[in-house]
Design a protein around this ligand. Structure first.
Ligand SMILES: NC(=O)C1=CN([C@@H]2O[C@H](COP(=O)(O)OP(=O)(O)OC[C@H]3O[C@@H](n4cnc5c(N)ncnc54)[C@H](OP(=O)(O)O)[C@@H]3O)[C@@H](O)[C@H]2O)C=CC1
Ligand SMILES: CC(=O)N[C@@H](CCC(=O)OP(=O)(O)O)C(=O)O
Length: 344
């Protein structure tokens, strides 16, 4: 059994990692850490874990020393030092925050308000979107798990950009997220009466996922891409739905576009390209590692609308991190992740 540990186990992502890792037959959860609950049993913090796991939260150093694979599920800016330690000890670090997602340090400091604290280890890291970087992930010991919004957007646009049949200018992305995306901490925006029965656009043109989305879309297209990205807060617990508006760069037949998307993802276990007439929705991916993509073309227009849906806690965070772990360890990518979403 491979020993795995979680630093930041008491947050929403940490709790979801625990739930999924307990279901994985080839790994053993050896240690978990917390800042404010050190010494407390996790099942007393998350009641869903009673009779499933009885483990005390320890300090981060203990997690590193007793694990082969370390998941860091911390606020941004706290993972570089841990990743360096893991690297020195020949362990794998999978960071669920944003510390390793942006290649350009100036861009990182502009959006995250600080410089890299361990710049020398950044070139050793890889952006952990398996469908894009599977081969690089296999040999990397520092994996930057992608952001939740970026995951839904990058998977939706990858075939169109790689096969170059959409205009790289003027892409408009409307994304909506459930409130677990904001983490366990309390805020007025996610307070029940504030978010219930409401849909709130926020951080228009200034969300920190914008540079990450543009970096990866540009890499896919081989040219610089700037997009319009508007996130919204939805009054649901889980899920992200992204509706993406783009223009085809010439006359394209709908059948051909479906064929390209279906072929592109036919060997991917977790990306489902829906059939003509079907629409991606949060309900069909909830609690699973799937990303559903639907394609919509208007007759006699050159517009293509792509809709993608993921569970932000699974494919957008803990599930994708486990998929990355499976790749690094040479396991079947589906190990521990074969959850079928409930029908309702
Ligand atoms: N929620 C989501 O949908 C997604 C989140 N992410 C990213 O994953 C990371 C965790 O997110 P999430 O679980 O939602 O956040 P939470 O706020 O729910 O949890 C944060 C965790 O970090 C710990 N922590 C907070 N401050 C410190 C500190 N100074 N030192 C050590 N530990 C600390 C907390 O521990 P304690 O409270 O026990 O002290 C807690 O375990 C973030 O970087 C987030 O951006 C990525 C994808 C999706
Ligand atoms: C609804 C909500 O607040 N979502 C968060 C993004 C989720 C998240 O934690 O971002 P990472 O994937 O980069 O870690 C936000 O807008 O900041």
């Amino acid at each position: 059994m491979v020993k795995v540990g979680i630093i930041g186990s008491t947050g929403y992502v940490g709790a979801e990692l625990i739930r999924l890792l307990l279901n994985h037959k080839k790994v053993e959860l050896s240690a978990i850490s917390s800042n404010s609950f050190e010494g407390q049993h996790i099942e007393n913090i998350y009641g869903n874990l009673k009779k499933a796991l009885s483990l005390k939260c320890t300090a981060a150093e203990e997690v590193v020393s007793s694990s082969d694979v370390i998941f860091t599920a911390l606020p941004h800016g706290l993972s570089e030092e841990i990743a360096e330690k893991c690297f020195q000890e020949n362990k794998v670090c999978i960071d669920l925050g944003a510390d390793f997602r942006l290649q350009d340090e100036n861009e990182y400091s502009k959006w995250y308000g600080k410089a890299f604290s361990k710049p020398h280890i950044h070139p050793l890291s890889v952006y952990g979107l398996p469908e894009l970087n599977r081969n690089k992930i296999k040999s990397s010991h520092i994996i930057a798990n992608p952001g939740c919004y970026p995951t839904s957007i990058e998977l939706a646009l990858m075939p169109a950009l790689k096969e170059k049949f959409i205009d790289t200018d003027g892409i408009i992305i409307d994304s909506k997220s459930g409130t677990t995306g904001a983490g366990r901490g309390l805020s007025q925006t996610t307070h029940f009466p504030e978010c219930n029965e409401n849909i709130l656009p926020y951080k228009i043109n200034e969300h920190r996922h914008l540079p990450e989305i543009q970096q990866i879309l540009s890499e896919m297209a081989g040219t610089c891409i700037k997009v319009t990205f508007v996130p919204h807060l939805l009054p649901v617990n889980r899920g992200i739905l992204s509706t993406i508006y783009c223009s085809l760069n010439g006359a394209q037949h709908a059948d051909k576009i479906y064929e390209i998307y279906k072929k592109y993802y036919e060997k991917e276990s977790f990306v489902r390209v829906l059939n003509v007439g079907e629409t991606a929705s949060i309900r069909n991916v909830k609690y699973s590692n799937f990303c559903d993509i639907s394609l919509h073309m208007q007759d006699e227009s050159n517009r293509l609308i792509i809709v993608s849906a993921i569970d932000n806690m699974v494919k957008g965070a803990a599930g994708q991190a486990i998929q990355n772990m499976n790749i690094v360890l040479g396991f079947d990518e589906k190990d521990g992740l074969e959850f079928i979403p409930p029908a309702f």
